[in-house]
Design a protein around this ligand. Structure first.
Ligand code: AKG
Length: 325
């Protein structure tokens, strides 16, 4: 599904776009199946399978897992952890259904509408499965894959030399995302502001940088509610965040990023790949095994010290700023 010229204009004006009906149930089913298995495996490995596991729904199993062991989330996310000291045991989930999503024609058609026909998959990517906020302990609440997401701009998340890379965020809704469930929120037009906003260093890890709430309070915000199977597009400079999930159901999304090939990804220690190309079709990644291999090699290279993993150090100097305190 290509975007209409009206949709492209809306994206250019607002810095975000909600597009419903992109992935039908059949396209999302492999992800539901794969994650059902992964949650079982991780719960087994962490000793958290309960006696009544077989009678529990996916939602109940997932919630039980992360409520008791928020660190287990590392094995569900679709990136290696953002840690300088990654080890060979560090976890991630790079399954075939995730590769299927990253290369899904409907997703790439939308990316092509904004970026043109040469598309690289940027490795800044996450799965966010948010259980009811009330189930989470402090560590879970402070992790934006499970709890609320502080306000930020995606250009501030990558290393500084990639600040101007035209990276497009494609946020895919596996479940509905309503305001009560903590759908994303954004400040319309903020992508046109000249400079990046002030970001504070993450309180709970490298991935958790945030624009101080006092700065966001000056602007009106828009709820980016979307139905299951829809996507939300974000410009790299758009101010956005997400509230807590205040419902009894899970709120599940994947945030993917795509860009034209000639720009740095801003996270060079993790692998990018050519996802679509008219100029170099033979170089498009089509093998899930080759993709998995690249992530394994990245982990080995960082764990052995051959590659230095660096994330977001540039906001650390704001740690003493009263707005960040
Ligand atoms: O889904 C969320 O909570 C936040 C996602 C986000 O900030 C992003 O995709 O850049």
């Amino acid at each position: 599904m290509k975007l209409t010229s009206q949709q492209k204009q809306d994206f250019e004006r607002d810095g975000f776009l909600v597009v419903n009906d992109v992935l039908d149930e059949a396209s999302r089913q492999p992800l539901f199946n794969e994650y059902a298995q992964v949650v079982n495996e991780v719960a087994r490995n962490r000793g958290l399978m309960t006696e009544d596991w077989s009678s529990m729904s996916f939602e109940q199993r997932f919630t039980h897992l992360v409520a008791n062991d928020p660190d287990a989330y590392e094995y569900l996310d679709i990136t290696l952890p953002l840690k300088n000291d990654l080890s060979i045991e560090s976890g991630m989930h790079a399954g075939p259904a995730v590769f299927g999503l990253l290369t899904h024609p409907a997703i790439l058609d939308i990316a092509e509408s904004i970026l043109g026909p040469e598309i690289v998959s940027n490795p800044v990517q996450h799965v966010r499965i948010k259980p009811p906020e009330s189930a989470l302990n402090a560590a879970g609440k402070g992790n934006s894959n499970m709890g609320r997401t502080g306000w930020h701009q995606d250009a501030a998340v990558v290393l500084e030399h990639a600040e101007v890379s035209p990276i497009l965020t494609v946020w895919v809704a596996m479940t509905d995302a309503t305001p009560e469930m903590g759908c994303m929120q954004a400040v319309a037009g903020s992508h046109q502001w000249k400079d990046l906003g002030k970001h504070c260093p993450g309180r709970m890890g490298k991935g958790e940088i945030y624009i101080p709430p006092a700065l966001v309070a000056d602007y009106s915000t828009v709820d980016l509610a979307v139905q299951a199977g829809g996507v939300v597009l974000l410009h790299r400079n758009t101010w956005h965040g997400a509230g807590p999930n205040l419902t009894e159901n899970i709120r599940w999304s994947f945030d993917l990023r795509f860009q034209p090939p000639q720009y740095p990804t801003g996270r060079e220690c993790f692998p990018e790949f050519l996802a679509r190309s008219s100029a170099r079709p033979s170089e498009v990644m089509t093998s899930v095994h080759a993709w998995q291999q690249e992530w394994q090699e990245a982990r080995e290279s960082i764990a052995s010290g051959r590659t230095k993993a660096i994330f977001n150090e540039r906001w650390e100097t704001n740690g003493q700023d009263p707005l960040c305190a």
